[in-house]
Design a protein around this ligand. Sequence first.
Ligand code: ARG
Length: 585
Amino acid sequence: MDVTFDLAAELNAALQAAATRAGLEAEAFAPEVRPADPRHGDLQANGVLGYAKARKLNPRATAEQLVAALPADLLNRYTVAIAGPGFINFTLKPAVLLAWLEKHDTPDHLRAGAASLHANRRYVVDYGSPNTAKQMHVGHIRSIIIGEAICRLLEFCGAEVVRDNHLGDWGTQFGKILYGYKHCLDPEALARDPLEEFERLYKAADAACKADPAALDEARQELVRLQNGEPDAVALWQQVNRLSIDSLNRIYARLGVRYDHFLGESFYRDRIEPVYRELIAAGLAVESEGALVVFHPEHPRFAKQPFIVRKSDGASNYASTDLATMVYRVGHFDANGIIIVTDARQNDHFEQLWLTTQKWFAATNRRLPEFQHVTFGTILGEDGKAIKTRSGDPIKLAALLDEAAERAFAIVTEKSPELPEDERRHIAEAVGIGAVRYADLAQNRSSDYVFNWEKILAFEGNTAPYLLYAVTRIHSIFRKLGLAPQDAGATACATVPETPAELALARKLVGLPAVLNVTTTQLRPHFLCTYLYELAGEFSGFYTADKVLVDDPAVRARRLLLCARTLLVLETGLQLLGLRTLTRM
Ligand code: ARG
């Protein structure tokens, strides 16, 4: 039997074709195939109801016509039932479940199937994007974690992804940093931790400027010299950025993040003049109190609160830089879609950016890409306020990751004291960082969430330790048998799933494409988290109900097949979320 990865898309296409054969107005009909409530089936077509109602037809009769026009080979694969006022429920026959599981037997086959979802699309994903000369704190972690998961998911589903770090590496703060570097540098501190030293230099310079007008004047001069391209100022600024990127890269490496580009704000500084000219020529930008601004008269708020693209002192800003960035990403990368991941406080900025871009691109005959601002809420402490250290400072990202690994090490040591220390450390890094990551992804990203070490490191519930442990448990089943999980020999004579637990697990596995689809169209990784958690639950149910190592070779083979595919989907899913999976813990 030939089965596709995305059964819902296949069924949707078949129903669409059947609509023509059944004499429906096919262009006006959308089958709307969705995952069904498992009590009623695997897939449900909801489109008949609206279509029939609008034409005063009997929806059940229309549904019957449609089903009768489906090709025989499709009808052989499903049990079909028309329910309620014209929903069509499709339940996969066990033979289809088996064929699907047999076909999707390796990460590559799974990937090949998933590639149908976003093939031929290129996305520029702008995530992380911190400011240089500063340490990253906990506020930066969500953009990195969510952005990386989105990149991996889109890539897996067939898209080409350009990972771009839009560093804040240009701006007025550099006048003070350069001043501090010249007057207050501690070379040893710089060698130890450049970002900490740059932060200290900035603070020292800021204090000096407040206390002494001469210092303020000098810092301003440094900024002007940098903006005018004086070689010594530029060299120093470059050094600050180079050291910053090296430090950032250490954290990215720990999180398994590799950028394709670091096109920071400075990259666009010579690309901004034409933006002003075009916006003015198109009648979009006007002078207001010395600044250049864009009003959006049709918008309730932005009719009065304009998008400021050039400051009254003539300097470019975040807005003009982002406009130039839009042009570059469409032109240079030929992107179909641009995705920017920041916290929800930047909503207004990106809404105005997108409104402006649409009008400007229309006026200049540019191709308009898709644009998505992926936002997220705040990580809260137990007190319900943005999480802080005891002393009230933001928690440094590097310190958070260290603490995660340390706490996980204590747990692993308690559970498996017999393992050698280096293995316990290796496990602890995966569990600790995985726990932080998973906790961030498991909630709908739009919400704030309360960070609690005990909860995220627990072995029960929708957590990384629970899922990582489920993976190692399946590995150990195969280890005890002396088999490799993807060894086809052990599962070759598998028969169709039969018991309720086998069927429930198989149906859950076959639901993967629908989950990848909703996760990547909404760019909300929590859908995949929920699915993996439920899958692990189905597996537990199956493993408790049905013994795997039975004598009957066919039953044993099909149960091993279910074990192997659960493992494949869990490992693949967790890796897409950015977690490192383990074979034992
Ligand atoms: N550097 C900014 C910040 O720290 C985020 C940049 C996001 N990307 C962009 N193209 N504006 O808030």
